[in-house]
Design a protein around this ligand. Structure first.
Ligand SMILES: Cc1ncc(COP(=O)(O)O)c(C=O)c1O
Length: 448
């Protein structure tokens, strides 16, 4: 497959032109010469009609969608897709309403706050962690029927941070029957398209989704896609670029764009076979971990989510042992350790992992679970909350107060509580359990 962005940039870098254009480094010194800007011939991401458009079309052919690049992660794609859903509702003379799985990434919360879209939450009956939201199509249907008006869109995060995948097929069927859009945060699942049988949300019936290429494909951090299903209303494809431009930088990184271009070549050049063999290898690795005594969660093929406590440790303890063995996990919290693998990991990496995991003696399981809490009371909308002045207080002093900006680090960047919600004793216990010590709360004069 052609790589027009890479070809253009390497030809330009070889010519050693006098660079009287941005960026200021001029390609001189210990800097990446391929870092260019919108010079003649380089196209322009948000008005693409040259090499970027050609490269995006190549990606679209591979993903079977109308595909647009983001050089600012899935975060940008999420803002764009929510704006598109909001604008689409307005086009249909309706007030936008999004029904979202509660484990949404914080970008979802900031985007609906900034755009001013009303949201309702889908909450699971029982959850191992606030990072998951295990809901069936029937749960979604029940919630839709409870709502006073039909939502514009259902918004699902799948896969989630712990590697759980939702029944996108079932949920998309029921959405389609009711004229509701299905938006999917597939930040962790770009590669799902290329499994022997695609498990990519667009193939399972989603209208729009985001994929972070950088999370599971060999792309630079920040490289992501906005995919629009070819069966989605035409409005989405026609307005996608403007939606991305509304939130994106006017200086998208050409290094990131060329890494997306390179991924097209990588995928076309035997990735599916490579992935298939690697997925089988990871399956065997998971079986070996189970044989050693680890309990694994999630159904995503390339993610390994270990239940630390069931092996007798806190997540941070297992993570520290791994790190002292030269292995750096993606994420750990008190309950889980998450490991992300791709075919770029070598056999040697996998053997090292199994050898360190085997060296950890199994202990009596820790039975203390994450504290439970129910959906908190909403005092005001997230938009109202982020626009009011707030103060930073120790969590223990926050009971009875309303959350301002969400307090959550990355990873996992999934808010426990959303801006505008009331902090009660149960939620304080949850914050403390996850080691969150301070919260931004609305100043009391604003809530009186
Ligand atoms: C579930 C989920 N959605 C969206 C994002 C944002 O993706 P990006 O980092 O590509 O902006 C993340 C990032 O970690 C994520 O975990």
């Amino acid at each position: 497959m052609k790589t027009p962005i890479i070809d253009f940039i390497s030809e330009y870098a070889e010519k050693s032109c006098v660079r009287l254009h941005m960026p200021g480094h001029k390609g001189v010194g210990n800097i990446e010469k391929s870092d260019i800007t919108e010079i003649s011939g380089a196209d322009s991401l948000y008005e693409a009609d040259g090499i970027i458009k050609e490269s995006e079309a190549n990606a679209g052919t591979l993903f079977g969608a109308d595909t647009f690049y983001s050089a600012e992660g899935s975060s940008l794609s999420i803002r764009a897709m929510l704006y598109l859903a909001g604008k689409y509702a307005a086009e249909c003379h309706r007030t936008p309403l999004i029904l979202a799985g509660r484990n949404a990434h914080k970008t979802f919360v900031s985007a609906v706050s900034l755009i001013g879209i009303e949201t309702e939450w889908l909450t699971p009956k029982e959850n191992a962690s606030y990072l998951s939201c295990e809901i069936t199509a029937e749960d979604v249907l029940r919630k839709i029927e409870e709502l006073k008006r039909t939502p514009t869109a259902v918004y699902i995060t799948s896969p989630d941070y712990l590697g759980n995948t939702a029944d996108i097929e079932g949920i998309s069927r029921l959405c389609r029957e009711r004229g509701i859009l299905l938006l999917v945060d597939n930040a962790h699942g770009a590669y799902l398209k290329f499994l022997n049988k695609s498990r990519h949300p667009i193939d399972l019936g989603a209208d729009v989704c985001c994929d972070s290429a950088h999370k599971t494909l060999p792309a630079l951090t920040g490289a992501a896609y906005l995919h629009i299903s070819r069966s989605a209303p035409k409005f989405f494809k026609e307005n996608a670029r403007d939606a991305l431009a509304l939130f994106g930088s006017t200086s998208p990184s050409y290094l990131i764009l060329s890494s997306l271009d390179g991924v097209n070549g990588y995928i076309a050049d035997g990735y599916q076979e490579k992935l298939s063999a690697f997925a089988r290898r990871v399956e065997r690795l998971k079986e070996s971990l189970s044989d050693i005594g680890y309990t694994l969660y999630g159904s995503e093929p390339l993610k390994i989510t270990l239940s630390a406590k069931e092996y007798g440790y806190l997540g941070a303890e297992i993570a520290a042992i791994l790190e002292s063995g030269g292995i750096v996990p993606e994420f750990a919290d008190p309950d889980f350790v998450v490991l992300m693998l791709t075919p770029e990991n070598s056999e040697c990496d996998l053997e090292k992992l199994i050898s360190v995991m085997r060296s950890i003696p199994k202990r009596t399981p820790i039975t203390k679970k994450a504290p439970k809490f129910s959906l908190p009371k909403r005092v005001m909308t997230p938009r109202e909350a982020i626009l009011l002045s707030s103060e930073l207080l120790p969590v223990s002093e926050c009971v009875g107060r309303t959350l301002g900006a969400v307090t959550v680090g990355c990873p996992p960047a999934v808010p426990i509580l959303v801006s505008g919600e009331l902090i009660d004793e149960d939620t304080v216990r949850v914050f403390e359990y996850y080691g969150i010590q301070k919260l931004k709360v609305i100043k009391t004069e604003n809530t009186r």
